[in-house]
Design a protein around this ligand. Sequence first.
Ligand code: SF4
Length: 403
Amino acid sequence: MKPADKMLGLYVHIPFCKQKCAYCDFYSLAGSEAQMDDYTEALCAHLAETAPFAAGHIVDTVYFGGGTPSYLGEKRLAKILKVILKKYRVQRDAEITLEANPDSANDWKALKALRKAGFNRISLGMQSACAEELAEIGRIHTIEQVKLAVEAARKAKFNNLSLDLIYGLPHQTMERWQANLAAAVELSPEHLSCYGLKVEEGTPLFARRDSADLPDDDAQSDMYLYTVEYLERMGYRQYEISNFARTGRESRHNLKYWTLGEYAGFGPGAHSDFGGVRYAYEKDLAGYIRGVQGSGPLLSESDRIPDMNRDTEWLMLGLRTVYGLDPRDYERRFRRRFTCFLPFLTQCAGAGYAVEEDGRWHLTPQGFLLSNQIITQMLEVQNTDKQRRAEATARGDFHVKLD
Ligand code: SF4
């Protein structure tokens, strides 16, 4: 690796699902299987034509997300990955993740072919271990299929496996959630993501939210705090609001998002932060295919964001992880003192919401529960500090008093 090489993550969006789940507002389509081949071709072409722009980068993570990537089938997936491995400078030990649903990832031979193609991490959408809950949210897999998929992945030599779970599901009690978590831990994944259900507008679940018997905010908070404590006991350290891992098994790709790393996304709806520009593609499968073929627009948004203007993001993303905020990093990146945040952070520490460790500030599990409010207040402090500096500069007072 040359000293000037930068690291890059690649995200490949696979927007196909066998059936839409009742709570889902991701860009994914059911009933569009006929476009899978054309889409594969478009992705391969788009990846290949973008590769020269990443010539100065080493790709250290690749993530196939969805939708349901495993539903695309191992041949198409291997074909896309082959283009990446051939056209990009992919690090020898790059983390290459495939998101999969249990009903389309329990054939160990297909998984072995994917392992051979280069995928080395699998993230399974388990969501629940309870048949009624799975049915309630429109998932089409069974708990038996989850077990089969884990067995198949292990047999295919995937030694880095993650399970996704959702708490706060309709009719869910604390006991039920505890049983779901225990069932997931029983399967010995290296990594667990546990998300609180968000009932998004426009989804079928939103339409019947009043009769869905959803656990209230307090019940969700209790489930969350139990999750952090239980998983810690079981050897899974929390490293982000919703993510837990055995030592060294944190998702390197997701950490990139939270630490302002560079990533390039491909596919409809995919976002990128690459070469100082933040951009996204239209959420339109047919439009994306046409765009890659050169007969239509691809981008839905694009903004050039200078490094100095990433201070807001730095705060918001940093407070999501247990690595938190490093004052020296803030001062180095943005040429501003971190001291303006100390009175508020000290107040948070007094209330048990934040802690300073090894010179860094991070939220506690109780703080993560209030992260939206805490982040909003941190941003207000940051704005006040910026205004003070702007006013001082306008007055010609270039030596702003540093607290
Ligand atoms: S499988 Fe995932 S992406 Fe597909 S509909 Fe369900 S939640 Fe959405």
